[in-house]
Ligand binder design. Structure first.
Ligand code: AMP
Ligand code: MG
Length: 410
């Protein structure tokens, strides 16, 4: 057993795991399949949008030069332009057009006066309005081409596709986009004590890691495949790994510690997986194996349910994000305050499962009562992981802490 000083710091372990992965080849995906992924190629605009200058307000389209005299200024109203209609006449000096949000500006108009800055009036020869303020050219005008200009880049390669980005693409009349394909992730449980949820336990415990990891993989944008449960022999684990072909990532759970029947490491090596590191200075999740064979990244995750989820969050999810083309792959972090007190021996960074809630302008993190990694209850209802640094031995109530939102919550 290695001394704690030889254990890899979490950040180094993550950097080494990330170095094993690069973005996957691109495929064309329908827009509803592209949310949360990244652009695999630059997208050029085919349309100029908006196609014309249009009004950002309900009000009056004016020639701003008409408003230079003493206020209020009376203008006679020509036509009314609704969103979806086309202006018919040019705006002559001394006149305005009633205009609604989204309607194109008539020729001659260069600004909008919002309705709230006007007063109804009666002109000598028809409807008129009193303008109560002078406005500069461009006032409340949404200029042609503000969203996109035909022929120019719309979105760069690597752009994460959120809902507004997909809206910009939709407005171009595009229905598919190039995105790195989803990583195919195999998940193998190991352990003589395990059974499937649909089996009679007969003294065994239900394999919860595989289905939990599958959900976490799917949420991270990957395509999980369950490989079932391998018994605790090197031969069986090795055979199952040999059968797992064509995956971008292989996750195993359990059997990576120093127990007599911990065969995962040896089985990985037998299968030609080049091990990059084993054992990280972290709790939960110290026994963690990471390696590569060809283009496939292998993670031997620890078996305790909390450990497998925490290590998924800190190491696997960043790798899946890199495969999906993201450059922002590190787990997100937010500042918070500790609602409670924490103690530990120095040597391992602890990731404490907490429930964080907003109070008096700050995010207060309350550690869950159970922190044992064997209990799934210790992760249930956790909203964040609180980083208790490696060399620290106590954190006081009210202390400033770093919180990592977990992706497995609601
Ligand atoms: P191991 O790393 O094999 O020593 O396993 C550590 C702990 O995790 C043991 O208590 C196992 O029973 C438990 N465990 C291992 N695999 C699973 C799994 N797939 N689902 C739930 N618990 C597991
Ligand atoms: Mg075991």
């Amino acid at each position: 057993m290695s001394a704690e000083s030889e254990l890899l710091p979490v950040e180094d372990a993550r950097a080494r795991a990330l170095a094993l992965a690069s973005p996957l080849p691109t495929e064309w995906a329908r827009l509803e399949e592209a949310l949360g992924r990244t652009l695999g190629a630059e997208v050029l605009a085919q349309r100029t949008l908006p196609p014309w200058d249009n009004s950002a307000m309900d009000g009056y389209a004016v020639r701003s030069a008409d408003l230079s005299g003493p206020l209020p200024i009376r203008l006679s109203i020509g036509e009314t332009i609704h969103a979806g209609s086309t202006p018919r006449v040019e705006l002559r000096p001394g006149t305005c057009a009633r205009i609604m949000t989204g309607a194109p500006l008539p020729t001659g108009a260069d600004a909008i006066v919002m309705q709230e800055r006007t007063r109804p009036a009666q002109g000598a020869d028809g409807p008129a309005v009193e303008i109560l303020e002078a406005v500069p050219p461009g006032n409340f005008v949404r200029p042609r081409g503000e969203d996109a200009r035909a022929g120019e880049p719309l979105l760069a390669r690597g752009t994460p596709l959120g809902i507004p980005e997909l809206g910009l693409i939709t407005a171009q009349g595009m229905f598919t986009v190039p995105v790195p394909r989803r990583p195919r992730v195999a998940i193998l449980s190991t352990g003589d004590e395990l059974c499937r949820a649909d089996e009679a336990p007969d003294g065994r415990i239900v394999d919860t890691n595989a289905p939990s990891l599958a959900l976490a993989v799917a949420r991270a944008g990957g395509l999980p495949t369950l490989l079932g449960i391998a018994r605790d022999t090197q031969e069986e684990v090795s055979t199952r790994l040999a059968d797992a072909q064509g995956f971008d990532v292989v996750l195993t759970s359990a059997g990576v510690s120093v127990g007599e029947r911990d065969f995962v490491k040896a089985a990985l090596q037998e299968q030609g997986v080049e091990l990059n590191f084993w054992r990280v200075a972290i709790k939960p999740g110290k026994p963690l194996v990471v390696g590569r064979r060809g283009a496939t990244v292998y993670f031997g995750l620890p078996g305790n349910p909390a450990s497998s989820l925490v290590t998924f969050e800190l190491f696997v999810r960043p790798v899946l994000r890199r495969l999906l083309g993201h450059t922002d792959v590190e787990p997100p972090r937010v500042p918070g305050r500790l609602d409670g007190e924490l103690r530990k021996a120095p040597g391992l960074a602890h990731y404490i499962r907490v429930v964080a809630s907003w109070r008096d302008g700050e995010l207060w993190a309350r550690p869950l009562a159970t922190q044992t990694s064997g209990a799934l209850r210790s992760t249930a209802s956790a909203t964040h992981l609180l980083h208790f640094p490696r060399e620290a031995s106590s954190l006081a109530h009210g202390g400033h802490v770093v919180l990592l939102p977990v992706s497995w919550g609601t």
